[in-house]
Design a protein around this ligand. Structure first.
Ligand code: SF4
Length: 582
């Protein structure tokens, strides 16, 4: 079933009202890639009546009150992406397109959507006030004081700026359920994991972060705050945190625990794999095409690229679904009348971390003073592609499946680090799971910038290119690598930029598919470097802040990459045909 979005649907379900109404900045897709849909289905499965209002008009009550007022609480999210990232490019230009809006025109999601939607609810439901819970990526990564690129300032926690009642961060299903139970039974919410709330007094059991007043004008204290915040993201060893704002305290409880069984339950909920008819009627929602028949095998990532927020959102521990649960989802897909035989993606934040774990992390939590794969892979991390190889073999064995691609990102350093199964995995990947191009994300090639990015060094890339060529040759296929790079990352000075340009010119046979200018999104290490213009050890680093120069940096890479494209392509076609590989 679809979660109701209109009064008409409520009466068809014989529901006399709703316990919870979820408000989202994305159009409602009934699929496990839409966090709002997951939360709604999870709560419904536990016996709650839930409705969804997507992309409401913020200037009228017609959308927000369409389903009435909930009995228990409102849940608010910007959608799958922070609304400022969704609405503006890294060069601060308004984005025209939005793949999560019907018709693709970016005109439905307000800036700072969480704040806008909370204001909207407060304005039009004054006479029947219910608690407002905020969550999703925008709230999660703005949960304590954070640097905000778009206003070039340190902002308060979004819980204070929105004036919502509580904030859920990270993976939300279990915490939202516990919140619903507490509100229903009129119990305290203050011990729910994954929750932030405001308190008059400083909790006695919390580690105190430097106050907002202090961090907003003192970069050294901001760095200290960020490090403590970042270290406390593993449910096993995270401390409760608090931060003072005037005469109140923001309290952040430790993250929620998740297990494989939890993920099995969530991903085996009944999803329609389609846009809700109310939103479908408004136009095509492009994002659906890539995720409609895709499968999430795990959550979390121990890669810790410094520009990525996943460690502060989902955590460093990889939680993998059971094979049984994944194959059940495959079988559900096979039953879908629109399925044409192609699974677009079998993966997670990093596709080839499925099944990987560290016994020390499992027992004591992720190390606070050490990274799992940087600068090299930690000896305790059990990198092993065996489970993923077996899973993919089983997926391929279904006769109705023509192709099952891996479209999520891969960490090539992990393939190289797995001496037993890495090459077997790569051979299988090249033979069965690449759709002509394998997209990889070296992000840079200059080792000084790669270090600031927390990415593997350049030799790993060169080695992987060699291995991929061998694997694709063995598979007898014409397929090649495409690359994602970031221009103007903190630390990328003229020399580092020139090294990247040279590498593109010399080594790459095809244009880099994607060159993006670095966006300082909230709560990442790279954003800390951007803001402070220092690395984690307080050493001064070069940071490009001029929009004009950032645009020029991107342009210069694109120009090199695209120089003489026809000749280059013709030469490569010839090379590929003679060598039968990239
Ligand atoms: S022991 Fe190594 S792999 Fe395990 S959590 Fe610590 S750094 Fe990560």
């Amino acid at each position: 079933m679809f979660v109701p979005t209109t009064k008409q649907e409520l009466s068809e379900l014989n529901w006399d009202g709703l316990d919870v109404i979820l408000v989202s900045g994305d159009a409602y897709l009934d699929i496990s890639y839409d966090g709002t849909a997951i939360i709604a289905k999870y709560l419904i499965n536990k016996g709650y009546k839930v409705g969804i209002i997507s992309q409401p008009d913020i200037n009228a009550d017609s959308d927000i009150l369409r389903l009435g007022v909930p009995k228990l609480f409102w849940g608010v999210s910007s959608g799958c992406v922070d609304s400022m990232v969704a609405n503006y490019t890294s060069l601060n230009k308004k984005r025209r397109n939005d793949d999560l809006t019907p018709g693709g025109i970016n005109n439905k999601r307000p800036d700072r959507a969480v704040i806008a939607y909370v204001n909207l609810i407060k304005k039009y439901s004054k006479d029947n006030k219910k608690p407002i819970l905020i969550g999703g990526i925008e709230s999660s990564l703005r949960r304590v004081a954070h640097y905000d690129y778009w206003s070039d300032s340190v902002r308060r926690s979004v819980l204070l700026d929105s004036k919502a009642d509580a904030l859920i961060y990270g993976m939300g299903e279990k915490s939202v359920l516990q919140f619903a139970e507490a509100i229903k039974n009129e119990q305290e919410i203050s011990s729910i994991r994954g929750l932030c709330f405001l308190a008059k007094d400083k909790p006695t059991d919390a580690v105190e972060l430097p106050s907002y007043e202090d961090v907003k004008s003192n970069k050294a204290l901001f760095r200290e705050m960020f490090k403590t915040f970042y270290e406390n993201n593993d449910p096993i060893n995270a401390e409760r945190l608090c931060q003072k704002y005037d005469n109140r305290y923001l309290v952040q409880n430790p993250p929620q625990f998740y297990s494989s069984e939890d993920l099995d339950e969530i991903y085996n909920l009944d999803f329609e794999r389609d846009a809700h008819p109310y939103y479908k009627a408004m136009g095509e929602i492009k994002a659906l095409n890539t995720v409609k028949f895709s499968i999430t095998t795990h959550r979390g990532c121990f890669g810790e690229c410094n520009f990525c927020a996943i460690a502060a959102h989902q955590g460093r521990a990889v939680i993998s679904r059971s094979e049984k649960s994944i194959l059940k989802e495959v079988e559900d897909i096979l039953e879908n009348k629109n399925f044409k035989g192609v699974i677009n993606d079998v993966g997670g934040a990093t596709a080839n971390m499925y099944g990987d774990s560290c016994p020390i992390q499992k027992k004591h939590g992720a190390c606070k003073n050490k990274r799992c794969v940087f600068p090299t892979v930690c000896k305790n991390m059990e990198i092993n592609h065996k489970r993923q190889i077996a899973l993919l073999e089983k997926i391929r064995a279904y006769s109705k499946i023509k192709k099952a691609f891996i479209g999520s990102g891969l960490r090539y350093d992990l393939i190289l680090a797995d001496s037993k199964y890495g090459i077997k995995f790569l051979n299988d990947l090249a033979a069965h799971h690449v759709s002509g191009q394998l997209k990889i994300a070296p992000e840079h090639i200059d080792d000084s910038t790669l270090t600031l990015m927390g990415k593997p060094n350049n030799r790993q890339l060169t080695k992987f290119i060699e291995e991929f060529k061998k694997a694709t040759l063995a598979a007898g296929k014409k397929q090649f690598l495409t690359y994602y790079f970031i221009a103007a990352h903190p630390g990328c000075d003229q020399k580092s930029h020139a090294n990247l340009k040279n590498f593109i010119n010399k080594e790459f046979e095809f244009s880099p598919e994607q060159i993006q200018v670095f966006t300082p999104t909230p709560s990442t290490y790279s954003t800390l470097y951007y803001y402070t213009e220092e690395d984690a050890d307080s050493n001064k680093i070069f940071v490009e802040k001029s929009l004009k120069k950032k645009a020029e940096a991107k342009e210069s890479l694109n120009k090199d990459a695209n120089s003489k494209p026809k000749e280059r392509f013709a030469k490569n076609e010839k090379n590929r045909n003679s060598r039968r590989h990239i």
